[in-house]
Design a protein around this ligand. Sequence first.
Ligand code: HEC
Ligand code: HEC
Ligand code: HEC
Ligand code: HEC
Ligand code: HEC
Length: 446
Amino acid sequence: MKNMFKLFALLISATLLFSACEGPMGPAGADGADGADGKDGKDANETCKLCHNPTVVDQKVVEFSFSKHKYGEAAFEEAGNAGCSPCHESEAFKYVCKNNVPATFTLNATTGKYANDYAATTSIAYGILSCFTCHSSLHKTYAGTEFFPLTTTAAVPMTMWKAAKTINLTQGGGTSNLCVKCHQPRPLTTSTTLSDGNVVDYASFVTNPTANFYDSSVGNAAPNKVLPSYRMHVHYGTVGAIYAGQGGVEFTGTQTYANSTHTTAAACGDCHMSPITGRAGGHTFVAKGNFTGCNVTGCHTSPITSASTTLWKTPRAEIQTLLNNLAAKINSIGGGTNILHSDADAESNLWVGLTTGNFDGYLDIYDPSSNPAGKWKNPGNTSSWTNDQKAINTALPTFPTLKNVVAGSMINFQMTLREYSLGIHNYKYTKALLQNSIDALTTAGI
Ligand code: HEC
Ligand code: HEC
Ligand code: HEC
Ligand code: HEC
Ligand code: HEC
């Protein structure tokens, strides 16, 4: 800001200087030379004004202040972490885009452990999300057109699948790939102490559903590869995967995997950046409460509103019922005590109200800092805890054995709950993941 003021002050004083010169000079000959100088100054000033005016930058900045990209706290919280920063820090995001950092995992031959290659470096793992995050061409030549190209529109290799699957939403010039680069799930990895830290073999959930993923009688020892914990999850940004209809654990069941028209016909921005209504739309990136995007030419011809049944209430109610039913199946292995964590607080649970149980996709396992009221004993290493914390944990019941089919269904539950829209993003894929998970659990006797 300070620099801008300085620069503007300079331009203004330059203008004043010219007009001060012009006054006394008068005669035509001298005017010619001054004219050339004046023209240069005017051009530079004009290109700034193409953007720095109330309807372009100023307007977007106001909208953006209502975007969680701007006011969310994660950028401050995760700064400095090379692994988190590709999605949470502006400089790191630009780094992984520019250097095409792969989403693969690499085995370290010396340690025998895998490392996630999708990381920035600690020297650039900072920077809150801003205009420059998505519009990285800005201020390169100071031409008025630099909002484009966007930082990336390239196909997105999925980090959850260590690049074995790729999302490519080409509609709308590929702008959705920009969003999906961050709004994608993260990998569930095996323990580096009990196993090799590689990504969990999701395919085995489908091919070997009744094998044990976690055996409670073995607990914190091999052959268990993953210890269940409060945060045994695929992170929060699951929308990209659901939207693209890719990356869920695809059990065989009564439903065929397919995608809704949105997957190929609509871009994220069509609904999330449509004309402002209330506190949604434009550069707030909020879709909630804004139906203008649904009803533009080429999309839905009979207008959709929050009161519409066929294309809003009915499919959402159906997905909600499936989420509730899947949660009940998963919880049933607790023999009367839910294994899924509930949280009725809208501040901490981003998915509050989406299920009857207010589940958030976490497991209700004791953790002194993240889940002090946890109902199940933490099977992990407790050596860093106080004696009181250890005593609380010891008194809790042993977390049950998880079969592959339950672990895979939990991932699907997290992915379909945390896409927020109760199926609006991709109704067909969401329904198939949920119903087929329920079917697979039933087949396994759960
Ligand atoms: C293509 C559009 C565009 C052009 C042309 C442009 N700017 Fe910017 N500028 C922006 C945007 C967007 C921001 C970020 C606004 C914000 O986040 O508050 C910005 C921010 C700034 C800032 C604040 C510091 C910073 O870098 O964040 C200054 C100073 C500035 N511009 C000066 C200029 C000057 C002087 C010119 C002309 C020589 C110019 N800009 C031309 C889009 C543009
Ligand atoms: C650089 C990574 C990145 C990109 C690119 C990105 N997002 Fe985000 N987005 C995030 C993060 C991180 C958050 C959460 C911020 C926080 O909580 O501090 C978020 C939050 C949001 C939210 C608010 C969610 C809520 O809980 O209310 C919406 C909506 C959203 N993004 C939509 C989009 C859309 C649409 C695009 C593409 C035009 C996009 N994002 C591009 C990283 C990104
Ligand atoms: C592949 C991209 C990606 C990576 C890597 C990533 N996150 Fe996120 N994270 C997101 C997105 C996207 C959101 C916002 C999801 C939403 O609200 O829809 C998010 C949300 C969060 C939130 C919740 C913010 C809120 O609004 O409550 C926290 C906390 C968080 N991430 C922490 C981390 C930590 C810690 C790491 C590293 C261990 C990490 N993230 C790595 C994409 C990522
Ligand atoms: C999360 C990514 C993201 C961030 C952050 C972002 N933009 Fe954008 N912006 C986009 C996308 C995507 C488009 C293209 C929309 C389209 O073509 O449908 C766009 C388009 C634009 C446009 C041209 C089209 C229009 O909507 O008028 C302007 C101007 C613009 N952005 C300004 C800004 C400014 C100023 C900021 C910071 C306050 C900003 N953007 C922050 C993603 C972003
Ligand atoms: C067809 C319209 C549509 C498209 C296209 C769309 N969304 Fe959404 N999105 C929604 C609706 C509807 C909600 C739920 C709003 C509510 O809770 O009422 C939502 C919710 C979200 C949320 C939670 C925050 C919020 O605004 O409620 C995020 C984050 C999000 N979408 C990201 C994306 C991303 C990333 C894409 C592209 C891959 C995308 N969406 C494409 C309609 C859409």
